[in-house]
Design a protein around this ligand. Sequence first.
Ligand SMILES: Cc1cc2nc3c(=O)[nH]c(=O)nc-3n(C[C@H](O)[C@H](O)[C@H](O)COP(=O)(O)OP(=O)(O)OC[C@H]3O[C@@H](n4cnc5c(N)ncnc54)[C@H](O)[C@@H]3O)c2cc1C
Length: 511
Amino acid sequence: MAYDCIIVGGGHAGACAALAAVEAGCTRVLVVEKAPKEWIGGNGYFTAGAHRTVHGGLQDLLPIVRNVSAEQAQAIDMQPYTAEDFTNDIMRLGGSQSDPVLVKTLVDESRGAIEWLARKVEVPFILSFHRQAYQVNGRQKFWGGLALSVEDGGKGLIKADFAALEKMGIEIWFDSPAIKLSTTDGTVSGVVVRRNGQEFSLTAAAVVLAAGGYESSPELRAKHLGSEWEKAHVRGTPYNTGDGFSMAQDIGAKLVGDWKGCHSTCWDANAPANSGDRERSNQLTKSGYPLGIMVNVKGERFVDEGEDFRNYTYAKFGRQILLQPDGCAFQVWSAEAIRLLRKEEYGDEIVEKIIASTIEELADKLQEKGLQDKESFLQTVRRYNTAVHHHRAEHPDLVWNPAIKDGLSTQSSKASLALPKSNWALPLDKAPFLAVKVACGITFTFGGLGIDPDTAGVISKQMGKPIKGLFCTGEMIGGLYYGNYPGGSGLTAGTVFGRKAGREAAKLAGH
Ligand SMILES: Cc1cc2nc3c(=O)[nH]c(=O)nc-3n(C[C@H](O)[C@H](O)[C@H](O)COP(=O)(O)OP(=O)(O)OC[C@H]3O[C@@H](n4cnc5c(N)ncnc54)[C@H](O)[C@@H]3O)c2cc1C
């Protein structure tokens, strides 16, 4: 059977490409998905549903969100997030290495993509009060450029995607990995799929690769990221093993971007190693470190926990944990901060909590969990507290405020730490004390295929121009992120380039 368009990979990006293809006139669209149906939705299922987009502030977003009453809206403070802000965030975090045209396309088309998701796909967007706002003086203050999420996070997103696919009559084959691209005279003409132990050669006017990165393959992680990455915990689907890249490379596609880089976060050290947990999904993330400190098993801090808003540090701190002795660390807070930790990540039933009424008692308990140098830990806390108190004495005007970069740090004329905590430095001096053990969770990889930003067409290594009939979206795109990543950009990118791929597929199919 000949298809108009075959999409390889049924995550969020693939779903967007399929929906866009049908919207643009394709009638025979097939999604082939390697995973069984129980693993529906790829990494998209595990997300918090956070979507980064250019927006004009609260009034711009209110019409598309479902969880804000007129009365609640009166008590929200939200700055617009401009194209310049979004561009600067990607460029700043990526050390200006990101492909500027690709970034411009993502940024300029982000708001339209969100509108499309809300109206056409009926994604139930909400304002992310619980993750992206703090209550300050009775007002909800949004911070970090990221305001939109989805009801029930990634689970809600994937539910909406697949309801839309079903409504549009799009065929989906689960348990059906694509294994090879077919070409005719240099044009991609279909894909070979393994299903029920048999190989099927399917033909199509266009193939869209949306098969995710290589984060779930320990071998490829070791090869590209370094041998220590074999130990990383996989945060999402176990099926993203880089198949799309090898298939594309076999027909001469160009690899671009940061092949040594990936998105990795602070992750529950007790979580499964080789895949995410479909029940707790994103709740295994442990992103409360800006409110406290992190120490390694030697009892030493190793990052500036208050360097920037969490949205701009969380994707690089996983690597820092992996590089520590034993590849793990402890996050530590005292009373003042504990009440601000989000229940979804730090609830009693979600994470193993190590609680103590003195810092010495906490050190003893941490030893049972792998802390190797109790004295060093106690000294780290003492020095940190001294530095915080000196800074406060020198800056009595500064007020602790997690919704802004409050400047409450460890660096003053009297005492400075070799490794500062630059914002939100609260002393660790009031009981109870709490710690949780964290490891490195790998989310997705940054290296990918070169694409034409206008069409999402995959670039040929030899010709330097798109390979006819082949498109790409989502995690498989290279050149967008280097070393770090502004939270919530991945889902948006999947939609922006998935829509393009779907539209171009329809053109090739003659619609
Ligand atoms: C825990 C977690 C939280 C996250 N939170 C957010 C967030 O809040 N906001 C955000 O923007 N991003 C978030 N991300 C990143 C986000 O998930 C990705 O950017 C996005 O889902 C990528 O979509 P995708 O469709 O390219 O990949 P995926 O959703 O991973 O889909 C790829 C699909 O391809 C399939 N596949 C692989 N090989 C083959 C093959 N050979 N044949 C057929 N199918 C194949 C896989 O089984 C998979 O279903 C998070 C990721 C994780 C893991």
